[in-house]
Design a protein around this ligand. Structure first.
Ligand code: GLN
Ligand code: ZN
Length: 759
């Protein structure tokens, strides 16, 4: 049996690509130095997979920023405003990803969206009247040759045309079907080119097939692939799906002229049933996604091998594969020096998953694998204690009564009380929490982590940063202040460190978008708050000013979604355990005199099931209550804020309102304010602060631009419900752009207040 990997992490095992790209952006290294770094990472990835005996290794899974953006560029989908900058290919590419402000022009970045149910984000291609899709790039061919030069045969990966068209944003009244002819032509040309290079297999990624499909979608999918495959020559095509099952189109899929079909047997709850019910064609290879590409637990060989045994009855040839790209797990456990062996033995990151794949393929061919030493060792590990349990925590969750999920009085009542006690102006201005993490801030943390300074020296500096931050905000003229979050580099890890049940890694980074990586902690046991987490910092900040300072917490769903979860208890149980811990923190903040508390649910949507039929039973029915559990105990005059990154919550807008916060802020600028219609239509009750500028880009927005955004908001949102804020935390930004941006924001709000009826 052979093994396959859908895709591999691409930032380098110590985030080399991130550091090189950021240096390049700052003008500190040349383009050649950046491409050399990329080349090294790619070569290392391929070699590592080859050494571990992987047969089907991907190329073109690498990206300088994002694979959807790569595909857009490959297909010539570059909007005019970026071309007009007249910069070279790579710089035009980065301008699309990050926006550009310089002597050549001033353009915002393209929109960024969540990649299905992951914490990875892609750049959204724009298709409009001016778009002419054609094969315009060479990246897949170049990278195939690059691997070949390293002596490695690879399968180039392309994001398939269906997923590309489904995820694109349409303008000028255009729709997907308008582009079918051109996109087929472009992909066909690509296939022909790959064939000329003697490529044996090409992988077409079509994760959009696991979403709820309409009849039109299926027609579109078939039209695309019938045309595409009609002139198929020697190159074999693997249709790769992941993140779920293909229940709406399985029969269509197996009847098309593919040579291999990749199915996800882990997240695809119906995959198994589909294969049993409709069979699997004899003339195709089944790429069985049985090794988890998203979680970090070692797999249970017994489960995988017995599944493979069963599948052998259905498919003539099986290749054992990952369930999705390994992009979503960290690089290697070898970088972890501090984890206890008894804990570490349960984990498997990208590199370790390669050896699991390999061992499993060998075992799958043994007549009696039960006796093999790899199998025995795996089962011994699986059966040893995997997670720490705490009876008290279990009991607290079981005993949660209905009323701890309901805040009283109702929001309208609270709103009146709060308007009176806070006396804030119309269009109150605020930020999302973090301020720039300067070199000084980072150095303080790293000295502390390295043990060079003790906790009190560390905090002394943090208090200094807080004081400066408060003064800065007062000077800028913001209405509701924050303490700046200098004590945390990450909104989950910081909380996890103060919660029993968590374990941490040193280098286990996972790409979130572009050069941004996160290091999700691992839930290894029942969760309990060990000590107050943020109270000291918030109370100190509040003592420095008469303006209200927001307490800053991360909500239970986000803490859960940005951690690697356990596999032995339900997500709901974990969310409620964390909810109880955050509730204790909220009440302590209130006691310490904090009058506004923001509980971030940045990642609320992340694990929203891909299929609508699963939304409530599988997720929202516990996720929304878990949030309410945190704040339902506060006084009516305490104002609860929440924040969500990405405003793509049109469809769950009522559920967001049901979180029963008093104020919500969210990203809106980059997704072009489309959420406003949904807010208006649903008579959204929560006060709202749609982000007025994009903090993922270093551009400084002008006062006019911000007023313009506010103007659009006011057409849909009542003035007394509108807050003015950036669209996310400022920690990744520099001071140089942050201060002027915020000054412009405050000025825009002031001008708007003053112009009264004339606006
Ligand atoms: N309060 C957090 C911050 O400002 C929120 C970050 C986020 O939404 N990703 O950094
Ligand atoms: Zn955010």
């Amino acid at each position: 049996m052979n093994s396959a990997v859908i895709g591999f992490p691409r930032v380098g095992k110590l985030r080399e690509l991130k550091f090189a790209s950021e240096k390049y952006f700052r003008g500190e290294i040349s383009k050649t130095q950046l491409t050399e770094t990329a080349k090294k990472i790619k070569a290392e990835n391929w070699k590592c997979q080859k050494e571990q005996g992987i047969k089907y290794i991907s190329s073109n899974d690498f990206s300088y920023y994002d694979g959807m953006l790569d595909t857009a560029v490959l297909l010539g989908v570059v909007p005019e405003c970026y071309k007009n900058l007249n910069r070279d290919a790579l710089d035009t590419y980065f301008a699309m990803a990050r926006g550009y402000q310089g002597k050549e022009g001033d353009v915002p970045a393209l929109a960024m969206k969540k990649w299905f149910n992951t914490n990875y984000h892609y750049i959204e291609p724009e298709l409009g009247a001016d778009t002419k899709i054609r094969l315009a790039g060479t990246k897949p061919f170049d990278e195939y040759l690059e691997a070949q030069a390293e002596g490695i045969q690879t399968k180039p990966v392309l994001i398939g045309p269906f997923t590309f068209l489904k995820l694109a944003r349409y303008q000028d009244g255009k729709k997907a079907t308008d582009f079918v002819e051109d996109i087929c032509k472009a992909y066909r040309e690509a296939l022909t080119k790959l064939e000329k290079l003697n490529v044996e297999w090409v992988q077409m990624d079509e994760p959009a097939l696991v979403t709820d499909l309409t009849k039109e979608d299926i027609v579109l999918f078939e039209a695309l692939y019938k045309t595409l495959l009609s002139v198929k020559g020697t190159v074999k095509v693997l249709l790769q799906t992941y993140f779920g099952d293909v229940r709406d189109c399985y029969e269509n899929l197996i009847n098309l002229n593919f040579d291999g079909i990749g199915l996800d047997f882990l997240e695809g709850r119906k995959t198994w049933e589909l294969v049993q019910k409709y069979g699997f064609p004899k003339d195709k290879i089944l790429f069985a996604g049985l090794v988890n590409g998203k979680n970090i637990w070692k797999c249970d060989y017994e489960k995988v091998l017995s599944k493979l045994e069963e599948l052998k009855k259905n498919a003539k040839e099986i290749v054992l594969s990952t369930s999705c790209s390994l992009l979503h797990v960290p690089y290697t456990l070898k970088n972890e020096t501090k984890l206890a062996e008894e804990i570490k033995q349960h984990f498997s990151f990208a590199v370790e998953k390669l050896s699991e794949l390999h061992e499993l393929t060998v075992l799958a061919e043994c007549d009696d694998y039960g006796k093999e030493k790899e199998y025995v060792a795996n089962q011994r590990m699986i059966k040893s204690e995997r997670c720490y349990q705490d009876a008290g925590v279990r009991e607290a969750v079981t005993n949660l009564s209905e009323d701890v999920f309901v805040r009283i009085p109702e929001r309208n009542e609270r709103e009146k009380i709060q308007k009176k006690v806070f006396g804030l102006p119309l269009f109150p201005t605020t930020t999302i929490g973090s301020f720039p993490q300067t070199q000084e801030v980072k150095k303080n943390r790293s000295s502390y982590k390295k043990g060079e300074i003790d906790k009190s020296a560390y905090d002394k500096q943090n208090f200094g940063f807080i004081e400066e931050c408060i003064r800065q905000q007062e000077e800028i003229g913001l209405d509701v202040l924050v303490h700046g979050e200098y004590e945390r580099n990450d909104m989950v890890e910081f909380f996890g460190e103060n919660l029993a049940g968590y374990v941490f890694t040193e280098k286990a980074w996972v790409q979130s978008y572009g050069t941004r990586c996160v290091k999700p902690p691992i839930i290894f046991g029942d969760i309990k708050r060990i000590r107050p987490i943020t109270v000291e910092y918030s109370a100190y900040a509040q003592s420095l000013t008469d303006k209200p300072v927001k307490g800053m917490l991360t909500g239970p769903v986000t803490i859960l979604n940005w951690s690697f979860p356990r596999e032995d208890i339900s997500l709901k149980e974990m969310a409620y355990q964390i909810g109880i811990a955050i509730r204790e923190e909220v009440l302590d903040l209130e006691k310490a005199g904090i009058r506004i508390i923001q509980i971030d649910e940045a990642a609320l949507k992340e694990k929203l099931p891909i299929r609508k039929s699963d939304w409530y039973i599988e997720y929202l029915d516990w996720a929304i209550p878990a949030f309410r559990l945190c704040h339902s105990g506060v006084k009516p005059e305490t104002q609860i804020h929440t924040h969500m990154c990405y405003s793509e919550f049109d469809e769950i807008i009522r559920d967001i309102d049901n979180m029963d916060a008093d104020v919500i802020s969210f990203e809106a600028s980059r997704s072009k304010l489309t959420i406003l219609d949904a807010i208006q239509k649903s008579h959204f009750e929560t006060e709202v602060g749609p982000g007025v500028y994009d903090i993922h880009s270093p551009r400084i927005p002008s006062v006019e631009e911000i007023k313009d955004a506010l103007d659009k908001m006011l057409r849909k949102i009542p003035a007394e419900k509108l807050w003015v804020n950036p669209d996310c935390g400022l920690k990744t930004r520099g001071v140089a752009e942050t201060i002027p941006s915020l000054k412009n924001l405050v000025q825009a709000a002031e001008e708007l207040r003053n112009c009264g009826e004339n606006c």
